[in-house]
Design a protein around this ligand. Sequence first.
Ligand code: PMV
Length: 326
Amino acid sequence: MSLRSARAIAHPNIAFIKYWGNRDAALRLPSNGSISMNLEGLATRTRVTFDPSSESDELLLNGKPANKSALSRASDFLDIVRNLASIQLRASVVSENDFPTGAGIASSASAFSALALASTAALGMKMSEAELSRLARRGSGSACRSIPEGFTEWAAGLSDLDSFACSFAAPSYWQLADCIAVVQTGEKQAGSTEGHKIANTSPVQRARVEDAPRRLEICREAILKKDFEKLADIIELDSNLLHAVMMTSDPRLYYWQGVTLEVMRSVQSWRQSGIPCAFTIDAGPNVHVICLADESERISNLLQDIPGVNTVLISRVGGAARLLLD
Ligand code: PMV
């Protein structure tokens, strides 16, 4: 039997309404729906080759053999694909991020969406966008939102069958940008898989989840009407709610550094002075500053002047995960 191989590209995404906590951890069925924007400026490119002569899965990340836990997570994901295709073949996976590793930019969304697309294409499986999104979700919840293009919404759903993301606006619909203020990091923080597990230990989580449909609607409408003020208000509220849950869970999770709060305050004052921008923060200390694309250079320069901000990465709205031809 010959080698079966395919290569795919996918972008990470930044959530405007965040996913935190699972109703079903094994299936990664989320406690609440979420909305995000794909990030064009950052990408993961992954080649998957199923090889009949290979006895175990292999994973090369940015040119180096991956550590044990990354390999076993990729292998568990490939087991789901093998199961769907009714095959046993082991695979070699070669994956590269074009953004700096170790900068605290989460790559699991782009990693698992690219892996879902490349592995199923390598095996010649015909998958709809919804099926691919469901599959990517099994590797990392937020990965399901990196399969469709532009602005996407992941409906929490009731089961594996209806928990996937759809695009509700194309990348060109609204020219937004994300200026990511990459800040100095301290020790390694808890990963999101651990964080999801303890979300329910926070008394704030229940209120956050119950109010999610309201925030989702405001956010979706703000994007569809291109109402930046409304968008700014809802994404900052949602980000603060997420961190309120993290800081009150057991154990407590503190993702911010001092400079994180410094950037949040600066963003607030820039907005008050008439520059449309808003912050949102994931499970790390970096601050994503969302702005109109035309303003991204100005925002980036302002961010770079804040002591403790190492670099600023600028990204516009990204497209869907797609196959790369050799
Ligand atoms: O997909 P995960 O397990 O990496 O979780 C993502 C969690 C957040 O980035 C904090 C929020 C989100 O919706 O992307």
